[in-house]
Design a protein around this ligand. Structure first.
Ligand SMILES: Cc1ncc(COP(=O)(O)O)c(C=O)c1O
Length: 379
């Protein structure tokens, strides 16, 4: 088995098993960041070509991750950014309803709550298992439902939605479907050609191994064009070269497709240069290969975890697993203390909603899983 851990770190002796919070930056990306810093120290290196190329190339790589054309990618600084584009851009009517999943990550709920003053109501689906099923969604939809927003992989249960089936339910009922892929892209293949989704949004700083403050959004072109959003960023409409023209003609507002929605500062050198390097690195290995590697660590952990001591909250079945392993001590009150004990040994997992969560990625090794499980089992 390939060992990817040398492409990351140094971790100063720590074991980082919390990719669902922050993915580690590959070394190559850190090197590229230093290069970008050197351009700003001596700004003659911040050339026009770099200015133009950085967002363009980043979009190409993100397009490869989701197998969509680069020109359909919207650059962002978070997952919330794309969700707000949709929330603020849709043409809402008084009495419209948005369905969300109770217990979902707050980013997926808050943007819609902000529409209350436009008469839009948010209603919650309570999932019976780890996440919402197509049947549960189907039962919850009413004639007022205009949109369903949900996470692909649940941050607190590790459950994965059946995006195809959910997309079909939405399409059948004329409901827009927005999916937050933050906990999956980079560790799992997403086949958009099989999924009726109107928009996806994703952070760059988890499984895509980018710096914090990165993200992107993609929308079906037809959906994107239907949005009404008052945003006219000069760099989406013209290039910096055009500033050389000997004219004070007022700028002309014109449609620029997905570019119109890019977060301001599209040549964000310190974030986008290293993120680009991370994506190049991941794509070189291949998402399928990464998914297989990550799943081998998940399987190892699940096989070794002492079930007399712990019970699993995330899915057990290999077909419905993610890279988020959520579990609890049979005496739930012990979880906080177990988390703390691991932390003191420089093993970083997550403590979320009363449970323990382990989320490995490429830089983790089977030896690290052995180490964490033997500590968990002997605690
Ligand atoms: C599903 C999900 N969405 C979004 C985020 C973060 O979102 P944002 O980029 O909006 O801060 C997280 C975790 O940090 C998450 O688990």
């Amino acid at each position: 088995v390939q060992n990817y851990s040398h492409d990351f770190g140094p971790f100063d002796g720590a074991i980082w098993l919390n990719c669902s919070h922050q993915g580690a930056l590959p070394r190559i990306a850190a090197e590229k960041l230093m290069e970008a810093v050197s351009w700003k120290i001596a700004p003659q290196h911040l050339t026009q070509e770099r200015f133009n190329q950085i967002p363009k190339y980043l979009k190409e790589l993100l397009g490869q991750i989701i197998q969509r054309p680069a020109e359909e990618i919207i650059l962002a600084n978070s997952a919330s950014y794309g969700l707000h584009l949709v929330a603020n851009g849709m043409r809402w009517n008084q009495g419209d309803e948005v369905l969300v999943l109770r217990g979902d990550f707050p980013s997926d709920i808050l943007p819609w709550l902000g529409l209350a003053d436009r008469g839009v109501r948010v209603r919650y689906i309570k999932a019976r298992a780890q996440t919402v099923t197509a049947d549960e969604l189907s039962e919850a939809i009413t004639p007022a439902t205009k949109l369903f927003c949900c996470t692909w992989i649940h941050s607190f249960t590790g459950g994965v939605i059946d995006a195809e089936a959910i997309g079909d339910v939405c399409r059948k009922n004329n409901v827009r479907f927005v999916m937050n892929c933050s906990q999956g892209l980079g560790a799992r293949v997403l086949d958009l050609s099989q999924t009726n989704v109107d928009a996806i949004t994703c952070v760059g700083f988890k499984y895509l191994c980018g710096p914090y403050g990165t993200g992107f959004c993609w929308m079906q072109p037809e959906f994107r064009e239907s949005l009404h959003y008052n945003k006219a960023y000069w760099l989406s409409i013209q290039t910096a070269e055009e500033l050389g023209a000997d004219s004070d003609e007022p700028p002309v507002l014109r449609k620029a497709g997905a570019k119109t929605y890019d977060v301001f500062g599209t040549a964000n050198f310190f974030n986008f240069v290293p993120w680009t390097a991370s994506l190049e690195y991941l794509l070189q290995i291949g998402v399928k290969q990464i998914a297989a590697y990550d799943q081998s660590l998940v399987t190892q952990l699940l096989n070794q975890l002492d079930r007399e001591k712990y019970y699993l909250i995330s899915p057990e079945d290999p077909a419905s697993r993610s890279t988020l392993i959520v579990f609890s001590s049979h005496s739930r009150n012990d979880n906080a203390e177990i988390y703390e004990r691991l932390r003191q040994k420089q093993i970083f997992i997550a403590f979320r909603r009363g449970n323990l969560r382990i989320s490995p990625h490429l830089y983790n090794t089977p030896q690290q899983i052995d180490e964490v499980v033997s500590l968990l089992n002997s605690t």
